[in-house]
Write a protein that binds this ligand. Structure first.
Ligand code: NAD
Length: 465
């Protein structure tokens, strides 16, 4: 049994801690937010992640996990390993804000008295592991201490909504290390999670750090690629869903991350794409492809909201717009960079009334929009109260609805940012159904949606996140 410290009880820290505890390690989780610690001590996970609450409660019951609110209390327990899982959000220039990483490194340097393996699990720019090492060494020098310690880079690839499965059964574990000792410790720690040793990929810290940005940027690229093609498909009478199926049968391409929609959001893709562009700038390397991915994603949101404005023109202020889905994707309550924030903000700017429903993310959206938006408790209530429906998250409970259900909407119009329904079924039920790249089936082309014929000025929309 190893003693492991995990710093940060967010999505990554809590999943990391609970999964290592599940494998018989003793885990001390450090979280600076006292409210989060209080909630966790009562066995309540402060965000929604399927299965996590049960796993954390089980570990608390079995005395495999404890929660503290400062690093001092954690280091007192003499851990051999520290996982740093603090947030690295975007700064206004697109670079990653590493202030939490530097703070944690300095605190660790001020407190350790013996060998430690410090592991960056946060997504951090290339070169961060080396800088962390330097900071810890500076602090040891200041205290007149000299002993070995290691810094490793072990980026996390879990996806919110399926985080436990991703952590417990990873496709691969990427580790940037410098010493054999660190390699051995990490090998032992991850062994219980792996089907075979080939899944453990050791490399230098720079390669590990870049692998994380490369992976997220590749997935974001697939999404932007399909979104750009989807708008083209509408212009030429193609159906992007059919195109996707045709592409996906090619084993070299596969089916993942090829859904056209309103674009990617969340706490990772937008910030990691921007951070990679920024890293390129710092090294005088033009990341032209990734820059385009970012631009296409931004434009996709503008295009989507402009469809609604183009349809209603000056009538928009008299309309009640219903929204299904506020989380940036299903099975999470995370609203960081969620399309819903931009869409709501822009509808409110045009004085539309907005009625929303999400199975788990409403409380988080309430913190931003307060009572400027009407929150209802059921998907059906949105339909009853609205002129049209806007779908922003493809929750399973929405997919169960039948085209007939939308007849209750006063204007019988649905703007679907996630292509949840068959256009032909909607059309046969008298629903005007705006899709992303499937409009040829409903016989209105993208020209209509983007306003060339309607006369509405397309505008760059207001962004608040
Ligand atoms: N969320 C994801 O799906 C995901 C997936 C893979 C990688 N990542 C990366 O992992 C990192 C963490 O992401 P997250 O979504 O878990 O972030 P988060 O914001 O949900 O959690 C970070 C936590 O760290 C705490 N914290 C910050 N400084 C601290 C300190 N000095 N001491 C103790 N606690 C401190 C914060 O209070 C917060 O609770 C980021 O770099 C992110 O890019 C996230």
């Amino acid at each position: 049994m190893r003693k492991i410290v995990v710093i940060g009880a967010g999505y990554v820290g809590l999943v990391t801690g609970a999964c290592f505890a599940q494998k018989g390690n003793f885990v001390i989780i450090v979280e600076k937010d006292e409210n989060k610690v209080k909630s966790l001590l009562n066995g309540i996970v402060p965000f929604y992640e399927p299965g996590l609450n049960q796993l954390v409660t089980k570990s608390i019951r079995e005395n495999n996990i404890i929660f503290v609110n400062n690093i001092f209390q954690a280091i007192k327990q003499n851990p051999q390993v520290i996982f740093s899982c603090v947030g690295t959000p975007s700064l206004p220039d697109g670079s990653a804000d590493l202030s939490a990483v530097w703070t944690v490194s300095r605190e660790v340097g001020k407190l350790i008295d013996d060998y430690i393996l410090f592991i960056n699990k946060s997504t951090v720019p290339v070169g961060t592991a080396k800088k962390v090492k330097k900071i810890i060494k500076e602090e040891l020098d200041l205290r007149g201490l000299s002993f070995d310690f290691d810094v490793a880079s072990n980026p996390e690839f879990l996806k919110e909504g399926d985080a436990l499965n991703d952590f417990l059964m990873p496709d691969r574990v990427v580790i940037g290390v410098e010493s054999k000792k660190a390699e051995q410790i990490l090998s032992d720690l991850y062994k219980p999670f792996l089907k075979n040793q080939d899944q453990l990929l050791f490399m230098n810290s720079e390669s590990a750090e870049l692998t994380k940005y490369a992976s997220n940027s590749m997935l974001a690229t697939r999404i932007s690629f399909m979104n750009q093609l989807a708008l083209f498909a509408d212009k030429v009478g193609a159906d992007i869903e059919q195109v996707k199926l045709g592409m996906a049968k090619d084993k070299r391409i596969g089916v993942s991350f090829l859904n056209a929609g309103i674009g990617y959001g969340g706490s990772c893709f937008p910030k990691d794409v921007k951070a990679l562009i920024h890293m390129g700038k710092e090294h005088n390397h033009n990341m032209s492809l990734i820059k385009s991915v970012d631009v296409v994603n931004d434009n996709q949101r503008d295009w989507f909201v402009n469809q609604i404005f183009n349809y209603y023109k000056d009538e928009i202020s008299k309309k009640t717009i219903g929204i299904w889905g506020l989380a940036f994707k299903p099975e999470t309550d995370d609203i960081r960079c969620a399309p819903s924030i931009d869409v709501i903000e822009n509808l409110l700017c045009e004085d539309a009334k907005v009625v929303v429903y999400d199975p788990v993310a409403s409380e988080n959206i309430k913190k931003i929009f307060k009572d400027t938006v009407v929150f209802v408790n059921r998907a059906l209530d949105v339909l009853r109260e609205s002129d049209c429906l806007v779908i922003l998250t493809e929750w399973k409970e929405f997919l169960k609805h039948k085209p007939n259900d939308f007849k209750i909407l006063k204007d019988k119009v649905v703007f679907d940012g996630r292509n949840c329904f068959k256009p032909i079924d909607m059309k046969n039920n008298g629903i005007k159904y705006f899709t992303v790249g499937r409009n040829s089936v409903c016989e209105f082309s993208n020209d209509f949606c983007i306003g060339f014929k309607s006369g509405f000025d397309n505008k760059k929309l207001k962004k608040i996140n």
